[in-house]
Design a protein around this ligand. Structure first.
Ligand code: NDP
Length: 492
């Protein structure tokens, strides 16, 4: 990683972090900067270069120039670079974890143990997949050979709740598929993506293959998605921003992949293992609920609701709230004052409408940006607290009496990212899983999935699927080479 005595390098958790962009294999400064603060204690961490259209143009141009040689390398050649990048991430696991925690307030224990390792896997796994993509041949009136052709420059835009993991989730498959990349990290937590640029240099990635432009959505993100030379736009963030990006992509007809927000149902049946369900419900508060996949609507069979609530309350009581650098902590701070105000605004308005807190319901004494894990009941299906994503440690609690009612409640929002179903009856699980609208349904589990599986959301939770071969369907141009068979006179 860069070691710095220069003015563009700051120490964050003891790790030097360059605050400039990474364009064409070099650090590039902007006249303007934006401030980055730690949610843990409000400490000013860095003034980071703030890109505008000029830096975005330079980055897209670098990626465009680097594309032919990168594409030409093929999966094997690209895989060697990507394996080195994955190794570099693993070697710097603890530094990346410490910077991420300081930057966005996510749990150090999770970042150290799982999140950064998953970041490395996002790179190496897709390198392997690209190497082993089977050539599909459809023998029909002609011989149809399906090949994955590198498509060009991919713009990747990511949010602050897991910036390193979500960036590598896009960078890995995009680079493996032969795209070159311009990554725009989130303004509220940009620092680990700067370290990713350092690591790409350490891994020897050719200049221009991976570019990182730091900046805000309006100054850097908008000119990026408006750029005419993009082959793909992959965006993870809110549904509202996706609508704005979608308008830009429509003008240039650039294919998009959108991984967006959710308001996922967590269905607990009367035959469920209630201890297991309670532990998983408590888990929805991890990272202060700033998790897109969180099951934020608890839908429990009326006959077991009181029993389950007792178990959930006990499980939540065992989740220490506090400094995310403390390895015992399970619920850290919200990322900014703006996010805190958004979360408390949702709860306050719901309480004014008549919602009743079963757990929590207000700020937590651990510090300025801490909010108590909260469960609200006596809510109406039409209220915003049921319909809209809060993105904080806030769940709603509703009961039902028939499976049909459970499914109706589950499907009655505009979202469709995930759903959880707890039941001991496999047939019932299957019936419910097929009827709920969701990109991912977890039965008696949560959050676990394989990188070969498709991931994405239905309805307002997204467009398209990434993961496994679905990532290549998106980043690459899928081409059919239709060849006349020897026994044929002419092709059809
Ligand atoms: P935003 O939509 O506000 O921002 C996401 C990214 O888009 C940021 O980098 C942002 O920049 C950028 N951006 C903002 N405006 C534009 C624009 N006009 N053009 C291009 N880029 C733009 O989301 P949040 O950062 O608040 O993240 C939280 C959201 O992300 C939640 O809805 C959550 O559910 C969702 N999410 C979805 C996941 C999934 O896999 N489905 C995973 C994780 C989160 P800036 O930082 O400057 O605002």
């Amino acid at each position: 990683m860069s070691t710095g005595s220069d003015p563009h390098t700051v120490e964050v958790a003891g790790v030097p972090v360059d605050t400039r962009h990474w364009i064409d294999g070099a650090r590039v400064e902007s006249g303007e900067t934006f401030a980055v603060e730690s949610p843990i204690d409000g400490a000013h961490l860095a003034e980071v270069s703030s890109a505008g259209a000029d830096e975005v143009d330079a980055a897209v141009d670098a990626a465009r120039r680097a594309f032919p040689a990168w594409a030409e390398l093929g999966p094997e050649g690209r895989g060697e670079y990507l394996d080195r990048l994955a190794r570099a991430i693993r070697e710097h696991n603890d530094e990346l974890a410490a910077v991420e925690t300081t930057d966005n307030g996510s749990l150090l224990i999770g970042n150290r143990k799982n999140v950064m390792a998953r970041g490395a896997l996002n790179i190496s796994h897709f390198a392997d997949l690209a190497r082993n993509l089977p050539t599909e041949v459809i023998e029909g009136s002609v011989r149809n050979e399906v090949v994955y052709q590198p498509s060009g420059v991919a713009a990747l835009i990511t949010p602050w709740n897991a910036p390193f993991m979500l960036s590598t989730w896009k960078v890995g498959p995009a680079l493996a598929a032969g795209s070159t990349v311009v990554l725009k990290p989130p303004e509220w937590a940009p620092l680990t993506c700067s370290l990713l640029a350092d690591l790409s240099a350490e891994a020897g990635l050719p200049p221009g293959v991976l570019n990182v432009v730091q900046g805000t959505g309006s100054r850097a993100g908008q000119p990026l998605v408006d750029h005419p030379d993009l082959a793909r736009i992959s965006f993870t963030g809110s549904t509202d921003t996706a609508r704005v990006i979608g308008r830009s992509a429509a003008r240039s007809l650039t294919p998009v992949s959108f991984e967006l927000g959710g308001k996922s149902p967590f269905i607990v049946c009367d035959d469920a293992d209630l201890d297991s369900a309670a532990r998983t419900i408590a888990h929805q508060f991890i990272n202060a609920g700033q998790v897109c996949l969180a099951g934020t609507r608890i839908l429990v069979h009326r006959s077991v609701a009181d029993d389950l609530l007792g178990r959930v309350t006990a499980a939540v009581d065992h989740l220490p709230v506090g400094d995310p650098r403390d390895l015992a902590t399970r619920i850290g701070p919200l990322i900014t004052r703006r996010q805190f105000d958004r979360v408390s605004g949702f709860v306050d308005r719901a309480r004014e409408q008549g919602a009743r807190p079963l757990i929590g319901g207000g700020p937590h004494p651990a510090g300025e940006l801490y909010y108590s894990p909260t469960i609200l009941t006596d809510v109406d299906q039409s209220w915003e607290i049921v319909q809209r994503e809060v993105f904080g440690p806030v769940l709603v609690w509703q009961t039902w009496e028939s499976d049909t009612e459970a499914v109706e409640l589950a499907n009655d929002t505009h979202y469709g990212l995930a759903a959880m179903i707890y039941t001991s009856d496999p047939d019932r699980a299957d019936r419910l899983a097929r009827r709920v609208v969701a990109g991912t349904v977890w039965v008696n589990c949560f959050f676990v999935r394989d990188l070969d599986a498709p991931f994405g959301g239905a309805r307002d939770s997204g467009i398209g699927r990434e993961g496994g071969r679905w990532s290549f369907d998106f980043y690459a141009d899928v081409k059919n080479i239709a060849t006349r068979r020897d026994d044929q006179e002419r092709s059809t």
